[in-house]
Design a binder for this molecule. Structure first.
Ligand SMILES: *[C@@H]1O[C@H](CO)[C@@H](O)[C@H](O)[C@H]1NC(C)=O
Ligand SMILES: *[C@@H]1O[C@H](CO)[C@@H](O)[C@H](O)[C@H]1NC(C)=O
Length: 151
């Protein structure tokens, strides 16, 4: 009987894989940030109707645009990577959130958005750290008479 040896590769901090263009559905209202030569996009409504749809894709995608110097933008459409964070985190379905890249040049913050159900978000503001491949929620503060907020 043959002997089978399993080789388990070490897991690197950032795990991405390239997706075919037709797998990354077109969408409206994603949250994007340009960090470290990559465009990161999270969320967005993939439904074809802007008024009745609410098909939020919570996946985080990245596009390494340093590979595309001098090429047409069409050549990028099949180069999106699916980012698998190093630990699970529920980003929650968000339509029309705001996003900003933080001054450390590593993280981008996504704030609020509309979840179409009238519910409050568990984590109003969330951050993705491109250097550690992790999501976290922003710290909270309390406004008297209003309640807990995050920023
Ligand atoms: C992006 O692409 C450039 C050029 O191929 C490469 O040097 C760089 O390592 C890539 N960055 C990441 C984060 O994959
Ligand atoms: C909220 O943040 C916590 C970490 O503080 C995380 O575990 C969770 O996945 C996030 N999302 C929800 C919906 O709780």
């Amino acid at each position: 009987m043959a002997k089978i040896t399993l080789i388990i590769a070490s897991v690197t901090a950032t795990f991405t894989y390239v997706l075919a263009a037709d797998i990354v559905l077109s969408r409206s209202f994603p949250s994007c940030g340009y960090v470290g030569g990559q465009i990161y996009c999270s969320g967005g409504d993939t439904s074809p109707s802007l008024t009745s749809g609410n098909v939020i894709d919570p996946t985080l995608y990245s596009l390494n645009i340093s590979n595309f110097d001098g090429k047409s933008s069409d050549s990028m459409s099949n180069q999106w990577n699916k980012v698998v964070p190093s630990s699970p985190f529920q980003t929650e379905s968000r339509r029309t959130p705001t996003s900003i890249v933080l001054s450390d040049g590593k993280r981008f913050l996504i704030q609020g958005g509309h979840n179409m159900y009238g519910n409050k978000f568990s984590n109003q503001s969330i951050m993705y750290d491109t250097s550690s491949n992790t999501w976290s929620k922003a710290s909270s503060y309390v406004i008297a008479g209003v309640g807990t907020k995050q920023m």
